[in-house]
Structures are given as C-alpha cells and as structure tokens.
Design a protein around this ligand. Structure first.
Ligand code: SAM
Length: 394
C-alpha cells in the first residue's frame, strides 16, 4: 500500500482534556456527489474532486461544527482525519463526517456545500445521496440547536433536501434515527465504488474492557521490568513498549502523548487484529486524557474503519464503523462483528448495515449464544438494502 502522508496537529493534540460527562453517541452525515461529466471518473483522477479541497478549508467547516483536526492520513484517493470529536473521511466524491459530544454537525452543512461548489471542478455540487443518522442521545438536554430534537434536525435537513425522508427505528435508548435523500438519476453514477457500510454502536461496556481505554492503564504498560505481570491490566497483550509505540503502518512520528498512547492501545487491545487477513493497513490512533480513544484505520489505501470509545462508567459507549467489504479479505460480517464485540464486551449493541445494489450478505443470523436480538428491521432505502438490529446480553 502506498505510504500515507501524515499530519499531526500538535497544538490541539497536546492540550485536550475533559473530565465531564461525555455524549459518546455520534451524529453521522454522509454525502455522495456525482462526476460533472458522467463518463469521467472522479475516482480515477488522484487528488481530484473533493480531495482538491485543502485541509485548512475543511477546517473552516469543522470550526462551525465545533471540533478540531487531531491528525490526518492522506492517500491518493482518500483523506482520513481523526477529530477531537470522532472522524472525517474525504473521497473524491464522498464526504463522511462523524461527530460526538455536543458538536453541531448540521451547522457545518451549508459551509460543506459551499466548499464543494467553490473548490471542486470535476464533480456536480448538488448532492446525489445524503444520509444523516444517529442513535438516541444519552444526555439530550446538553445538545445544542439544531441537535436538541430529531424534529429540529429534520427541519434543517429538509431545507437543503426537501425530498428527503425521515425515519425512526427501534425504541427507548436504542432508538436510531435516519434521514436520507437518494437520487438515482439515469446517467449519474458514482464510479465503480460499491457502497457498503456496517456500524456497531455498543453501550454498557464490560468495565474491565472499558478501563483499558484510559491514560493510566496505558501508563501501567511502562511499569519497570520485574513488576509482577498480574498487576498489569494488559498482561495478556504484553508487547515491547517500543514496538507498540510506533504507529501502526505509519511513520513513527507520533511524538505527542495522545498519539503515542493511542498507538499502544491499538496494539494492546488488538484493534489492529480486527482484519487479521489484511496486510496493508495504517491506523491513526489517539488516546484522550484522562480517558477515551479514537482511531481511523485505512485498508489498501481506499477503505476505512473507525473506532471511538467513551469508557466512563455510567455512560460507556463504543462505536465501530467500516466500509471494508469483509468478503474481499476472506472474512464474513460475523467474523468482524465478533472480533469487535470481543474487544468491548458490551451489554447492549445496535447493528446497522447498508448494502448497495443486490444485497448478497445481509446480517448474520444467530450472532452468538451470548446475545439475544431485541429488535430487527430491514428495508429498502433508494437503491440500498438496510438492516437494523439490536441485541442484549443473554
Ligand atoms: C474518544 S472521544 C469520541 C467519542 C465517540 N464518539 C465514542 O464513540 O465514544 C470521547 C472520549 O474521549 C474523552 N475525551 C477527553 N477529552 C476529550 C476532548 N477534549 N474531546 C473529546 N473527547 C474527549 C471523553 O471523555 C470520552 O471518554
């Protein structure tokens, strides 16, 4: 895989701190654009389309959302940003912005559309498909307008996408909301980039699993030689500290504590083993102080996964999201889901899977003996098939 160009924002990464209750569940916006000339592939032209927009310009949009870039991996066909509140992925024709906490993601939407119109020449600035989704908030009263209610969020989205449809799935704290607007005009294609996405939203993490995602737990890996290994919360994953500190698949230039500790966590928790058959991956990881973790993984320089962890007791939450088709690497959805569940051991989780075109896989039945399904819905969304399922520990 080509070596990514890596950027680290030390000014922000060195000074983050938060000790208050935190809203882990994210807002997720995905916008697809079509090439201006239907026969010209935006994907085929490196650094074209949305990749022509400089980082500093996207930062003007992220400022409105109230989050900052911590670091970035840049490839010919994909820019992957780890943010102070989750992740941002830029393809030549797709934007995927995921933000948590009290960020105001939808405040960034008009600027996003303005940037696309101003800075890109090869793509049509009117969106082809948009998806906005989130699960129910844990602390809804702390959200800022327009995220104080689903009705307010829908009203904003309708201003830009009057044909869009708002939907709600499940109930109670697992409730999941989605707004989508999918145009499928003949002649407008999004290149040969078959869309697929899997999200796992996990709550009530096993305390022992959650506790690993703290600065203190990582520091205990630095205990001097001779320290009894039983005192070490990650004893089963002991690697040499030097081998863990170098960033996974990237140049080892992560010299601020957040990135350094993040890289150690990625290896110690085996996040770098979620796709064990993948040989080309780079993982940009960050550990927050006093706790919390985020990473973006890039596979084969074109597909991503992202993990974000809020480990605090009482509102623990972890999310996993990917567009890596597992069958391409000899794996199944079940392999990936079970590997992720084994890292966090949540008491409850929600799966959302989207497949474009003729769905081949769907969600695995009978996930495991440990969990029972509490809600299952599947439906068509434009040219996609979507599955929503919730599970709880049996
Ligand atoms: C990793 S971030 C991203 C959260 C993510 N959406 C999730 O899935 O949980 C949140 C975690 O980092 C911690 N954190 C510490 N400082 C933070 C900061 N300045 N901004 C965001 N999160 C911070 C929070 O307390 C929380 O545990």
């Amino acid at each position: 895989m080509e070596k990514p160009v890596k950027y680290i924002n030390h000014e922000v990464a060195d000074t983050l701190d938060s000790t208050n209750a935190f809203e882990g569940p994210e807002k997720l916006l995905e916008i697809w654009f079509a090439p201006k000339e239907p026969h010209v592939s935006a994907m085929a032209q490196p650094r074209q389309g949305l990749l022509a927009v400089p980082r500093q310009v996207w930062e003007t949009m992220l400022n409105l959302v109230q989050c900052k870039v911590l670091s970035m991996l840049s490839y010919e066909g994909l820019d992957s940003y780890v943010l102070s509140e989750s992740s941002f992925f830029v393809y030549p024709h797709v934007l995927i912005l995921k933000t948590c906490g009290t960020t105001t993601l939808l405040d960034g939407l008009p600027r996003m559309l303005e940037i696309v119109a101003d800075y890109t020449r090869t793509i049509d600035p009117s969106p082809l498909r948009i998806f906005y989704s989130r699960r129910s908030f844990m602390f809804p009263d702390r959200q800022l307008h327009p995220h104080r209610s689903w009705e307010d969020e829908t009203a904003v989205l309708k201003q830009y996408f009057p044909d869009g449809q708002a939907m709600e799935f499940g109930a109670g704290k697992d409730k999941w909301y989605m707004f989508s607007c999918v145009q499928s005009q003949v002649g407008k294609t999004c290149d040969n980039f078959n869309d697929f996405s899997l999200e796992i939203m996990m709550t009530d993490l096993d305390p022992a699993a959650a506790n690993l995602f703290s600065f203190d737990a990582v520091r205990s890996l630095n205990s001097p030689p001779g320290t009894p290994t039983s005192a070490n919360p990650m004893e089963s994953s002991m690697l040499s500290i030097d081998s863990m500190a170098s960033s996974v698949g990237c140049e080892p230039d992560d010299d601020d504590p957040g990135h350094h500790q993040g890289n150690i966590l990625t290896k110690a928790t085996e996040i770098d083993e979620i796709y064990p058959t993948v040989t080309n991956q780079a993982i940009d990881s960050f550990a927050f102080a006093p706790c919390g973790y985020s990473c973006n993984g890039v596979i084969d320089a074109e597909r991503y996964f992202s993990i974000h962890v809020t480990p605090e007791t009482g509102f623990s939450y972890a999310s996993f999201e990917t567009n890596v088709p597992p069958q391409r690497f000899g794996m199944t959805h079940l392999d990936v889901i079970q590997k992720v569940l084994s890292i966090f051991r949540p008491a409850n989780f929600t799966l959302v899977l989207f497949e474009e075109g003729k769905p081949k896989l769907g969600l695995p039945a009978g996930l495991s003996d440990k969990y029972s399904p509490t809600c299952e819905v599947s439906q068509s969304v434009g040219n996609y098939k979507m599955w929503y399922q919730t599970y709880r520990l049996t």
